[in-house]
Design a protein around this ligand. Sequence first.
Ligand code: SF4
Length: 448
Amino acid sequence: MNAPSVVSLVHLGCARNLIDSELILGRLAEAGLVVSGDPSAAGTIVLNTCSFIGPAREESESRIRELLKKKRRGEITNVVVAGCLVQRFKRTLVKRFPAVDLFAEISDGAALAKSIRELADGKKINRYLESPGLREPARDAARMLSTPKSFAYLRISHGCDHVCSFCAIPAIRGPHRSKRVEDLVGEARELIDAGVRELVLVAEDSTAWGRDHGLELPHLVETLADLDGDHRLRVMYAYPNRFPWELTRLLRDHPKVLPYLDIPVQHISAPVLRAMRRAGSGEQVRRILDRLFEEVPGITLRTTVLVGFPGETPEHVHELETFIRSYRLGRLGAFGYSPEEGTTGNELAERVDEDEIDVRLGSVLATRDAVLEANQKELIGRELEVVIDQAADADGEALGRTWMDAPEVDLIARVTGVGAEVGDVVKVRAEGLDEEYNLRCTPVESPA
Ligand code: SF4
C-alpha cells in the first residue's frame, strides 16, 4: 500500500480547469506532501473534475467509481474529488459517493491541501469543503506547471456574464471578474523567466477582460507582449460580440502576438443562435469573421460549434456546413447538444433525437475534416516555424506545432532529424501529412 502522503492528481476538463489542477499541485507541495505524477505510486488520489456537458459529467462520475474500486481493493487509501462537478452538484455527491474521503468545491487549493495533509496524517477532517464564496480574481501563484515549457496557460479572468441557454459554466464559475493587470504581469513574468515560450490566454470570455476595470483586452495583450523576453501570446475563448477591434492591430503587427484567434461561434443559423441566447446574429458573426480576415491577413481562426440544439433543423445544419466550408474553418471543435440541468435550454421543447444529433455531428465533423485536409495540403512544400513541444524520441521524431496551432486542441507537426529542445523554435519544410492531417516536416535551419 502506497503512503497516503504521496498524492497524485488526475485532471479532467479544459485549460482553465488545468490551471486549477496546477494550483492544487502547488498547494499540496507547499503542505509538505509528496506529489507524484504516477497515480500508481500514490496513496491519495485527487480527481479534479469537469461537468460542463453530459459526456464530461459522465466521465467524471465513472472516474470516481474507478478510484473507489481501487480503494476497495486496498490499492489506494484516500479518494478526493474536486472541481466543477462538486461546484455544480454540491452535497448531492456526498450521498451518491459516500466512500469518497473528501469533496472540495472550486477554490485556490489552499484549504484543500491542508485537509489532504490532515487526511494523510490520519486526522479526522470535515469531508466537504465549500468554496469560500466567489473566487477572488487574484494572482494564480506558485502553480506546479503540468505543460511542457513550450507553452503554459494564463487565465485572465474568472466566470462569465453571458446567458447561453445550453451552458452551465456561469452557474459553476460565477459572473465575470477580470484579474488585475499587475497580477497578470507578475504571472507572465514568472512564466517567461521559467523559460515558457508561449503564453496561452484563457478565460470563459477573454474579450470581456478589463470591462469591470474600465479597460479592454488589447491593453492587456500589448502590456504582456511588450514584456522582455522571446515569448509569444495566443488569445483563446474570444466571444463574437462587442469585439475589441483594437486587438487586430496587435494580431497583425506585434511580433509577439500570434496571428491566431480562438472564437467559439457555437452556430451560424439565426433562429438557432436566438434559441441559444447568443448575443449577435449569424450575419453579425459573418461580419466579425470577414473583418478579422480583412484586418489581419493570414490570420488562423479556431472555433467551436454545438449541433443538435432544440429546434435545429437539417436546413440549419446545412447552413452551418456551408459556413464552415466558405470560411475554411478547419480548426474547429464540435459537440453534440446535451440537455443540462439548471440551464434554460433544458426547458426547451423540440428536442432533437440523440441518434439524429450523432448523425448531424458526424456530418459537421466530416465537413470540417475536408476543409482541414485542403488547408493543410496547401502548406506542403512551404517553410514554416515550429515550436517544439516534445524532443525527438528513439525514432528521431520530435513533436511540435506551427504558430497556426494552439496546444492540445489543434494540429501538431512531426519533425524528423532535428536535435531541438522543448521550447525551441525550428524552421522546417512541410513534406506531407499524416492520417490526421498533421504535418510531416524536415528541418531547414538549426533551432532558434
Ligand atoms: S460565453 Fe456562453 S458558452 Fe461560453 S462560458 Fe459563457 S455562457 Fe458558457
